[in-house]
Design a protein around this ligand. Structure first.
Ligand SMILES: *[C@@H]1O[C@H](CO)[C@@H](O)[C@H](O)[C@H]1NC(C)=O
Ligand SMILES: *[C@@H]1O[C@H](CO)[C@@H](O)[C@H](O)[C@H]1NC(C)=O
Length: 459
């Protein structure tokens, strides 16, 4: 009794979108408001009772071999473990930002295949920062198998020194020199600070550590925005970035899907008021993500979820990719995703859905005048992004629509490539998880990187 969403293409499309629209509203109402308080309530008895109870149930349920192998006796699945499981070297590096956040980067210094497998200090590998999307972490780049489609391993095997980023607030970058995650100030930041502070610190660190003049960058979805923001606000960092590859960039929000969401952007001012009054808060609390990482792999396991409900939900929410994501992947993905992040990131996104522009956070007129010296927040000046940029999009990507990628492309002074993935049904999540993404996307990325690392065009 498998429900095929993709086969009723014409009539189905409208209802899919409508359903997604409604679910987005329901999710935002159900999650954003109550979770604002969850970090504070985390220690209260009822919450931890539910958590403890569900942990026991999921422990009991997770007797399927695939889940057990990865859970390995109850230890959490971490990026270093996932990397070491595949036999690759892994290092964890701590980078402190100017505003005190302690960022963890996971490094795969060299690969196991190809001509670059032997690690030699004499043979320098070009460093590259790999930036995850919303609610993800470094782990999402090493879930797929090396000989298939995991970008972390793919780049290492292609001869690159891979630095997997973790943005502030996720499972790894969850510390600060003076704040704790229970402080609202810890969460008072949006993608703006991730670009201006987190990414610039990572660029500084990786270039200094490797002794290379420049570091390449590849970002996915909202993980492309930190690059654009960092270089727009601090153009001196253009000197330290080689090629920037943006896959399914999520900077502008004018595509079909977001056009439908535009009426909900009135919610953004509502939440902004909430945010301004009560301080920052995480969208997911750590207790919730830990719980989800235990329960979802079980609920979405092919043996439990026989109707394929998890996969249907992904197709409804994120677009039908005609089989690039398979059900057996979902147990792996949900062991490490979703991740905590500042709710202000979503509020900021929502503001941009409302305005259609790529601008700084809107604090409301009074505070804007203090911070920006004007009533409306300024747009990010993409003319400042002078590094060569390559963009890749899926023609039918609902979330990272080509229309929005073109808005970025038009504003960049040094666009070197704008590529449509050669498959009609390639969807947003496929850039990270799909079977076949190596062949369709990463191989082109490596060809471009090679040209800029070893070719004439790279100084
Ligand atoms: C990067 O390094 C420069 C000096 O090398 C320093 O002035 C700057 O503050 C550093 N930036 C970050 C974000 O740490
Ligand atoms: C954007 O930056 C460029 C220089 O990179 C400058 O010439 C231009 O005036 C800036 N635009 C705005 C609107 O500030």
């Amino acid at each position: 009794m498998k429900i095929k969403i993709g086969s009723r293409r014409n009539s189905g499309k409208f209802f899919k979108t409508l359903l997604a629209y409604q679910m987005y509203l329901v999710i935002s109402i159900l999650f954003v408001v109550p979770l604002g308080q969850s970090e504070v309530q985390e220690s209260t008895a009822s919450y931890s009772y539910v958590y403890e109870w569900s942990r026991r149930v999921s422990d009991y349920l997770s007797s399927s071999p695939i889940v057990r192998r990865f859970l390995g006796g109850g230890e959490p699945v971490t990026t270093p473990r996932l990397i070491q499981l595949q036999g690759y070297p892994c290092e964890a590096h701590q980078v402190t930002t100017e505003d005190g956040f302690i960022i963890v980067m996971h490094r795969i210094p060299y690969g196991l295949k190809g001509p670059h497998q032997k690690h030699s200090p004499l043979h320098s590998r070009p460093p590259i920062i790999v930036f995850h999307g919303l609610s993800q972490s470094s782990a999402d780049w090493v879930i797929n198998r090396p000989n298939e489609d995991a970008l972390g391993f793919y780049l290492a095997d292609a001869g690159y020194d891979v630095w997997l980023a973790n943005q502030r607030g996720n499972a790894y970058s969850n510390r600060h020199v003076s704040l704790t995650t229970a402080d609202s100030a810890f969460w008072e930041n949006s993608i703006h600070e991730i670009g201006v502070y987190d990414l610039t610190a990572m660029i500084n660190y990786t270039t200094a550590y490797t002794g290379q003049p420049r570091v390449h960058f590849i970002g996915y979805s909202s993980g492309c925005s930190p690059l654009l923001i960092a270089l727009a606000k601090r153009p001196e960092y253009n000197e330290k970035v080689g090629l920037a590859i943006l896959t399914a960039p999520g900077a502008f929000f004018n595509g079909f899907f977001f056009g439908l969401l535009r009426p909900t952007a009135v919610g953004a001012s509502f939440y902004r008021v909430f945010d301004n009054l009560l301080g920052g808060f995480p969208f997911f609390s750590y207790a919730l993500t830990n719980f989800l990482h235990r329960i979802l792999p079980v609920l979405c396991h092919p043996k439990v979820d026989r109707l394929g409900f998890c996969l249907i939900l992904i197709k409804v929410l994120l677009g039908d990719d005609h089989g690039f994501i398979t059900q057996d992947k979902l147990s792996l993905i949900t062991m490490v995703t979703p991740n905590a992040f500042s709710a202000r990131i979503l509020i900021h996104d929502w503001q941009m859905i409302g305005s259609g522009g790529f601008h700084e956070y809107d604090y409301g007129i009074t505070k804007n005048k203090v911070i920006y010296g004007r009533a409306q927040p300024p747009e990010y000046n993409l003319t400042n992004v002078r590094v060569p940029v390559s963009i890749m999009v899926g023609a039918k990507d609902l979330l990272g629509s080509p229309l929005d990628a073109k808005s970025v492309a038009r504003k960049l002074p040094n666009l070197v490539d704008f590529h449509y993935v050669q498959h009609l049904h390639f969807q947003h999540v496929d850039f990270c998880y799909a079977k076949g993404v190596g062949r369709l996307v990463y191989s082109r990325a490596v060809r471009m990187l090679d040209a800029y690392s070893y070719g004439n065009s790279y100084g």
